[in-house]
Design a protein around this ligand. Structure first.
Ligand SMILES: [Zn+2]
Ligand SMILES: [Zn+2]
Ligand SMILES: [Zn+2]
Ligand SMILES: [Zn+2]
Length: 243
């Protein structure tokens, strides 16, 4: 726990200062909560009830952002009227995230969201729920929930929906799954080919048109890599150098 002092925080703090602190706390907790409950779940599993308590307390602080949302509402309405799309922010839960579509194909759309309330910027991709056709936002690390039928989505279900079709005869010559060099998930390939020679990692949402076939292990990884026979790739160490 870090304590710090700022003269403007007491004794009756300014509304804008409270908003600023609530905004930062909201964003910071969003990432920390995901680390504690997903990435480091093995380590922090015994503390789950404490983590849930903190989660509840921080969620209540969202009230301090109500005023900010109200203040911004006329601007958001104006931007919507000129064709901009706003949707619910995954961090502060207000309908204040401006969408910027970066890639669209029949089964998937990749979108960058910039929230006007909590200032969180992040990527999501949107797919259609196979049970009810509601559009579902999938965020890092490949998690989402259908707001209509409550179906949960994870890497396995998403890969089945938007991954390459392995049932076709020409599967072996079509682009297939690739390993990610960004999040270095080495246990399995997490990157799917998209239309137009682009690739998307379903776990870290890295989006690229560069892939390299490793000259040492023959696997394909994202990124532009050189001398892979000697230095390897994100999943192998290569041949190495003689001393
Ligand atoms: Zn937000
Ligand atoms: Zn659904
Ligand atoms: Zn990745
Ligand atoms: Zn390799």
């Amino acid at each position: 726990m870090i304590h710090f002092f700022n003269a403007s925080y007491s004794p009756t703090p300014d509304a804008s200062v409270v908003q600023e602190v609530a905004t930062e706390q909201c964003r910071a907790w969003y990432y920390l909560h995901s680390w504690l409950t997903v990435d480091w779940d093995d380590v922090f599993n015994d503390y789950r009830s404490d983590i849930n308590n903190i989660h509840l307390k921080i969620s209540r602080n969202r009230q301090f952002l109500n005023a900010k949302y109200d203040e911004l509402s006329p601007l958001i309405a104006k931007l919507k009227a000129t064709g901009n799309i706003f949707s619910v922010c995954q961090v502060c839960q207000f309908e204040s995230a401006l969408e910027n579509s970066l890639h669209k194909q029949s089964d998937l759309e990749l979108i960058r969201k910039s929230c006007r309330v909590c200032e969180h910027q992040g990527w999501i991709f949107r797919i259609s729920c196979p049970d009810c056709q509601q559009l579902v936002d999938i965020a890092e690390p490949c998690e989402g929930k259908c707001i209509n039928c409550q179906r949960d989505f994870d890497f396995v279900t998403v890969l089945e929906l938007v991954g390459p079709d392995t049932s076709t005869e020409d599967y072996s010559i079509n682009p297939t799954l690739v390993y990610c060099s960004e999040c270095s998930t080495t246990s399995e390939p997490t990157v799917i080919p998209l239309n137009g020679n682009q690739y998307l990692c379903l776990v870290c949402l890295d989006f690229t048109d560069k892939v390299t076939e490793c000259e040492y292990c023959n696997e394909t990884v994202t990124g532009e890599l050189y001398d892979t026979f000697l230095t390897g790739c994100s999943i192998c160490d290569g041949y190495g150098f003689d001393d």
